[in-house]
Design a protein around this ligand. Sequence first.
Ligand code: CTP
Length: 229
Amino acid sequence: MDKYSKIIISSGPTREWIDPVRFISNASSGKMGFCLAEKAAYLGIEVVYVRGLTEAQYSNPKGARVVKVETTEEMKDAILKEMQSSSVLIMAAAPADFRPKNSTDSKIKKEEGSETLSLELVKNPDILLSVDEKVVSQNLKHILRVGFSAETDLLDKNATGKLERKNLDFIVGNYVGKDSKGFGDLDTSVIIFGREGSRKELGPASKEKIAAQILEYLNIASKEGQLSP
Ligand code: CTP
């Protein structure tokens, strides 16, 4: 197999501003993307870490070039700019799917006598679908695309649905929720679904170990044993 020349790893939540002091985001810490980027640095190819507002300790993986973004739109633009032939894209980020239709320049005030506030949201672009458009329109070759699918229910069905819809080679699925393991620091288990119908369970293990196992399974390195220092 030819070597890939670049691996782009997205990480963390994006942030969509409602007004100058409030935003919509989610509970992603950025740890999985960070662990993948630190392990990928041993593959001997360029690693680009496109990150939203991750927790501080997951903002700067050793050996990676960091591109910092805030909104889903910015993450999309940064990833599209990096995508070229012979690239691997691992979308571990949790981009916000919606943004406020009107983000105000002044802080929203409580209205006297009103107990509710309505916020109108519009859909953000799907980054993986935008990548697919670029791959097709620019005829990019030798691309590997990997998505993530964090689900509260029906993992196999939801993950494989996204794999097909977003035209991915693999999708890494896991269960999340307040009481299950997924977001944050705890050990995690994942299932990697492949385009050709493969299904591989990994873990439970630390995110560091799972990240190394994911990269090994994806077989990105051209030589054995490149994932340890
Ligand atoms: N993703 C993306 N662009 C978005 C939202 C998600 O590229 N605007 C990517 C994520 O990084 C992940 C995959 O798509 O790799 C699946 O993300 P997920 O949030 O689970 O899927 P959605 O398509 O947003 O579906 P839903 O929120 O309805 O489950």
